[in-house]
Design a protein around this ligand. Sequence first.
Ligand SMILES: Nc1nc2c(c(=O)[nH]1)N[C@H]1C(S)=C(S)[C@@H](COP(=O)(O)O)O[C@H]1N2
Ligand SMILES: [Mo]
Length: 424
Amino acid sequence: MEKFQPVAGNGLLDRRAFLRGGAALAAAVTGYARAEPLAEAPWSKEPGELVPAYGTPSKFEKAAVRTLSNPKGEPRTSHARTPHQLLQGTATPNGLHFTISHAGNADIDPAQHRLAIHGLVKRALVFTPETLSRYPLVSRFAFVECGGNSAPLFSPEPIQATVQAIHGLASCAEWTGVPLATLLEETGVDAKAKWVIAEGADSPHLSRSVPLEKILDDAMVALYQNSERVMPGQGYPMRLLLPGWEGNMNVKWLRRLELTEQPAMSYYESRTYAPILPSGKAYQFYFIQEVKSFITQPSVGFGMKGPGFYEISGIAYSGNGRITKVMVSADAGKTWAEAALQEPVMSKSFTRFRIPWQWNGGPAVLQSRAWDALGNVQPTRAEIVAQRGVASRVPPPTAFPSQHYNAITSWAIDANGSVRHVYA
Ligand SMILES: Nc1nc2c(c(=O)[nH]1)N[C@H]1C(S)=C(S)[C@@H](COP(=O)(O)O)O[C@H]1N2
Ligand SMILES: [Mo]
């Protein structure tokens, strides 16, 4: 039984225990080894349903949907949050990719859509989706995360909400498109150019300024999302993809890229996404989505079913590059054990982590903490609050701090197995 010895407080097991424990441990978790005769179910007795032209999930998976901020079209920004507590793996299905659209999803006819690249270039050029898709394409996985994701955790008191409500404004997909370096090679770049102003074709013409360096490094005009055309909510027929950078800068329904000497100081970069510090000063730009992780199973709303073996699982990612390590605690951060990272671990992408746990039925506080390839470590909540402050207690909640929360999330398990959000 040595392989089931805890490696950290409150019953955390070695990350390889499930592998080494093999069938005995798996049976302890699931109970499937108890032999029962198989029943002949109705679906085994007749031909099945017609195969649809476009598949959708089983009717038994109705709960795996996004939660909406304006389900009836209320006039406000549309937020659709990814149900992380119901997903495994790392690629977000296209229908569950989180969406933030400030004025709804533009309904664009690709035959009429144009992308102009102009300003400080040698030759201004205009592309159609069709001409763009004839360039050499590249594919890469990348997460997109809204700068406001996880901001509920700036609240002075813990909030009893699901991981979807707290961390649902981040998703990950395989994007395929044309690297902007390729397109700028074709337009030529004036030596004076330092910034690229990206603008969308939706009615607010959302625009953001991006340093030319980032554009030439790994920016892409994405045409495909998980192998099919980019979804309307993700910017059909094309979006700017800036791997690892603030969601808002990943301009959807992309129609214009203007090379300039100075940033535009557009509405979103000078107001919404300029996080204010307790000193009253604000970040002028906050490009990178810093290293973060959170546990998706178990989490609020999905409790434990009696003492025994469980797998703790979650997502880690960093806008700086690869995830190098995730540590998990079951005793509110007193002791930690290293989680297994699911291969492949890709730069600026979701990384699934997992660790086996023997829950003894007593109170426990689960936390995860991630490290990235640049050596950044996910902060504790105390650290981020000391630096950035907490949101006001008095309604209406103040606008600050409301962006770029990447500290540790804590889930408390009580003796009856239910999960609560706590600050620990
Ligand atoms: N043109 C345009 N681009 C946009 C937006 C928008 O409303 N219009 N929303 C932005 C915001 S706030 C975020 S967080 C990301 C979200 O990308 P997604 O909806 O594909 O997940 O898109 C950004 N790009
Ligand atoms: Mo956003």
